[in-house]
Write a protein that binds this ligand. Structure first.
Ligand code: FDA
Length: 372
């Protein structure tokens, strides 16, 4: 029996702990926050499940991952159909026939395709977009770009689209059907009762001990000398005391309020795509699960993008060339000096993972570790 120390009770750490305990190993999970679940943590406010760290919609192409997560919860049939608000004009997302009809009055797919072709030709491009703006216009034309992409993207990254690299947008989902379902994945939903009970179940084995409000770095040497094998899901650059410099992230600020009204915006997710509105979106939590029968109240969250500094929550890794190189240096050092530590999850592997990818990555680690 090996002893494991899992640093971080997010989805990666919880899947690993669950699988290790299932195989009879003893696991200690330490978590610096006062709650478990990492960024998928949900909790009840005014009778409504609130996604504390931003909207979390489970979606996957993999039937195995869908079956895996369904062991721990029953999912509803939520379909993500966000709305874009551009200076009070409302459009459906992702870009589809409803969007094109509202923009140009076109009714058939042939009309919409012709309009997009005509729009794309309005820009003289030599076929090699130099920045995000040129890339987006070459894919969907200036109208969609100006109203639905430019402001939102610039707010999200804190930079002009002319200064952002073209590769951020490789392709833009454009649909010539009247289908507002944002994701192409066959499996999608929100767990009834929220995500936290999933993590509680994963960590429920008697062989797992969970200790909250415990920061790995307060006792780093002690943990490293304890003889336990460590699964570290915190920031890899912080593990090495930022010795080669800090990896870059984008951060977010969430402002959540309870309103004494039944329905604020009529949809779970509304994106604000103009550049003047300082937030990128408002989420109205009750609409993630219509089964929550709260009539007189609603809970909304404004999401403000923000530059990341050491000490802020690191939400989105910035996977540009420089950051990837820096991460590779940390990884090399990790392999050389800390063979007893496995770096996992979105912070340990410095990668944006959706929840299904996080589970997949954790299960791969499990397979490698236990030689299944
Ligand atoms: P996560 O960050 O959740 O967990 C790491 C844990 O380690 C945290 O609890 C942290 O406190 C802890 N920790 C860090 N350092 C520590 C230390 N030194 N000592 C002790 N503990 C420490 N995905 C999806 O599929 N659909 C969606 O809709 C969304 N939406 C979404 C919105 C936003 C705003 C973000 C940022 C992300 C998403 N995601 C998503 C992605 C999803 O959040 C992600 O896949 C998982 O949360 C990743 O789980 P991890 O365990 O890797 O990290």
């Amino acid at each position: 029996m090996t002893k494991y120390l899992v640093v971080g009770s997010g989805l990666f750490g919880a899947v690993f702990a669950y699988e290790a305990a299932k195989r009879g190993h003893q696991v200690k999970v330490i978590e610096k926050r006062s709650h478990i679940g990492g960024n998928i943590y949900t909790h009840e406010v005014a009778g409504i499940q609130v996604h504390e760290y931003g909207a979390h919609i489970f979606h996957t192409k993999s039937s195995e991952i869908w079956q895996y997560i369904n062991q721990f919860a029953e999912f509803n049939h939520y379909i993500n159909s966000p709305i874009a608000n551009f200076n009070g004009e409302i459009y459906n997302l992702p870009f589809n026939m409803n969007t094109f009809n509202k923009l140009w009055g076109v009714v058939t797919p042939v009309q919409a395709q012709a309009k997009i072709e005509q729009q794309k030709q309005s820009l003289e491009l030599d076929g090699n977009p130099k920045n995000l703006e040129e890339q987006a216009i070459s894919l969907v034309g200036p109208d969609v770009y100006q109203k639905l992409i430019k402001g939102y993207t610039e707010k999200q990254w804190g930079k002009s689209a002319k200064d952002l690299p073209a590769f951020i947008i490789r392709r833009l989902p454009v649909r010539f059907t009247y289908d507002n379902n944002y994701f192409d994945d066959p499996y999608q939903g929100i767990p009834i009762g929220g995500y936290t009970p999933i993590i509680e179940k994963m960590l429920g084995n008697k062989l797992i001990e969970v200790q909250n409000q415990t920061d790995f770095f307060d006792h780093k040497d002690e943990y490293l000398k304890s003889g336990a094998k460590i699964i570290f899901t915190g920031m890899i650059d912080q593990f090495f005391n930022y010795q080669f410099g800090a990896l870059e992230y984008r951060s977010l600020r969430f402002e959540t309020e309870v309103l004494n009204q039944a329905n604020y915006q009529g949809n779970a997710v509304v994106n604000y795509t103009d550049s003047q509105t300082p937030y990128t979106r408002i989420i109205e939590h009750k609409f993630f699960d219509p089964g929550q029968d709260v009539k007189d109240k609603t809970v909304i969250t404004h999401e403000y993008p923000k530059a990341w500094e050491i000490g802020d929550e690191p939400y989105y890794p910035i996977n540009d060339h420089a950051s990837k190189e820096l991460y590779a240096k940390y990884l090399q050092l990790a392999r050389k000096d800390y063979p007893q530590v496995i770096f996992g999850g979105r912070l340990g592997q410095y990668r944006y993972y959706n929840m299904d990818q996080t589970i997949m990555a954790a299960l791969q680690t499990v397979k490698k570790e236990f030689d299944d």
